[in-house]
Design a binder for this molecule. Structure first.
Ligand code: ZN
Length: 489
């Protein structure tokens, strides 16, 4: 009688991770479908599907077997295999720390709280959301307690989205930004405003033209309409973007470029990494650096509009017939302090994030009471941006993040802005005058450069190491500030 030899540990680990990636793929389709095409009444049944998939993935992943395989795979020579083991160990250890009961409680109560937030926001009724936010905060404290060796509570949360990032480092960058952004915004010049309507079909055509020039391939990508735009990648060669097209303005064009940035990062990951945890962008901030790069550094550049305005203008003869290219560029780049983070321009955006970063730490430290949030929110919005928040729907209730217990995530948006310009400076040093290329409708060299330096590596390098390899420096707000000063001089 012969026995089959057990597979070597690396093959075995890869097989388990590939199976988990397949389950993740299924979960991602279930999620995408629920946001794009599922009839609303299907929500309860779909929640069961997602909960089951999540539980099965979790149990499979935190198993002793995975731990034993990781133990047998220390010190591998092949750098990609070593990266796979490193990343898997990091995620396995994190997942093992959090008791299954707490994880289930967090996901269950988030589902309830997000529905309560939705209602509270619609009615601008913060009081009805207070108990839910209290619950989320309490669960977050219990979650943080699973990582007792971390220096500050907030570090636990940051590290989840941005490996190795610390509160002190973010604090330093944000203090510097605040110093410069507040006066920059105060010195802003008046800018022309665009008035619609901008018919939806014409906007969708414009979105298509831009996506195709950027390298959107209908064989592997799709785009749909949803109330809140997002990008998802269920699996290899399957990129799904969404946009929200509203005839009142042209935000859909910019949000489409934004989601393209997320999509292209995932699409251009080396195919050899497929069905493994390495087949994803390396961190939230790196991801956001790409969406911001395509949305702002490309999509709000003079070169881009030299190419695209002559194509856009005829699509909207009523709204844009008498608007010249320069006025248009000023209108879509202007600094306009407002209440809503999601609508904020390149200069004011950072202050929306800094406000949230401060409040999250104060909530965790207990130095701010939940019931006092609206008042503090409104007064700081006035200090930082000079705006008077009219009601809580346009203030403290505007974002969904806290309702699903997403604390520590907001800073990655602004770190993405900072990193986008650090990478941009490097790309320009290598590629010369990008604007001239954009003015000819050519974006391929930039995309190739990004693929080579950022995208293809997936998660092989932790974010800090990737940034260091490409730019030779660590997180640095100065290039971003210089970019803003030049742009808004
Ligand atoms: Zn984004």
């Amino acid at each position: 009688m012969t026995f089959a030899t057990a597979a070597p540990p690396l093959e075995r680990l890869k097989a388990i991770l590939a199976e988990l990636a397949d389950l993740q793929h299924a979960e991602s389709i279930a999620d995408w479908d629920s946001r794009v095409s599922m009839p609303p009444e299907g929500a309860a049944a779909r929640a069961d599907v997602v909960a089951t998939l999540t539980r099965v993935m979790h149990e499979r992943f935190v198993s002793d077997e995975v731990g034993e395989l990781l133990g047998a795979l220390e010190g591998l020579d092949d750098p990609t295999d070593a990266a796979l083991v490193r990343l898997t160990r990091r995620e396995w250890e994190r997942a093992r720390r959090v008791p299954g009961e707490l994880a289930a409680e967090m996901s269950h109560s988030a589902g309830i709280a997000v529905a309560a937030w939705d209602k509270a926001k619609a009615a601008s009724d913060f009081a009805s959301f207070v108990p839910h936010l209290e619950r989320q905060l309490e669960l977050k404290q219990r979650y943080i307690a699973c990582f007792p060796e971390t220096e500050t509570p907030y570090d636990v949360l940051l590290d989840e989205y941005e490996e190795g990032m610390t509160t002190a480092e973010v604090q330093k960058v944000f203090t510097r930004l605040k110093e410069e952004l507040v006066p920059l915004i105060e010195r802003r010049q008046p800018a022309p405003e665009l008035t619609g309507p901008f018919p939806v079909e014409a906007q969708q055509r414009a979105n298509r033209l831009v996506l195709e020039a950027f390298g959107y391939d209908p064989a592997a990508w799709r785009i749909d309409e949803t109330p809140h735009p997002f990008a998802s990648k269920p699996g290899f060669a399957d990129i799904r973007l969404t946009t929200h097209t509203d005839a009142r303005d042209l935000t859909s064009l910019f949000s489409t470029m934004h989601e393209f940035g997320h999509g292209v990062y995932e699409f251009d990951i080396d195919p050899s990494l497929a069905r493994s945890p390495l087949a994803q962008g390396t961190s939230s901030a790196l991801h956001e650096s790409q969406s911001r790069m395509w949305e702002n550094l490309v999509g709000r550049s003079r070169g881009f509009w030299r190419w695209f305005y002559p194509k856009l203008q005829p699509l909207f003869p009523d709204a844009l017939g008498t608007v010249d290219e320069e006025s248009f560029l000023q209108a879509v780049s202007a600094i306009r302090p407002g209440f809503i983070r999601g609508d904020a321009d390149e200069a004011t955006y950072g202050l929306h994030i800094i406000l949230r970063f401060e409040l999250e730490q104060e909530l965790l430290a207990g130095t701010v009471e939940i019931r006092d949030l609206p008042e503090i929110w409104n007064s700081r919005m006035n200090d930082y941006l000079g705006v008077d928040v009219p009601d809580d729907a346009h203030g403290v209730l505007q974002d969904m993040h806290w309702s699903i217990g997403l604390l520590g995530y907001f800073p990655t948006y602004q770190l993405g802005n900072v990193i986008s310009v650090q990478l941009w400076e490097r790309a320009r040093a290598d590629l010369g005058d990008l604007e001239e290329q954009f003015a000819r409708g050519e974006f391929g060299q930039l995309r190739e450069w990004l693929r080579d330096h950022v995208y293809r590596h997936g998660s092989i390098y932790p974010p800090r190491e990737l940034l260091q390899r490409i730019t030779g420096s660590q997180l640095d707000p100065e290039p971003y500030l210089e970019y803003l000063r030049t742009k808004f001089a």
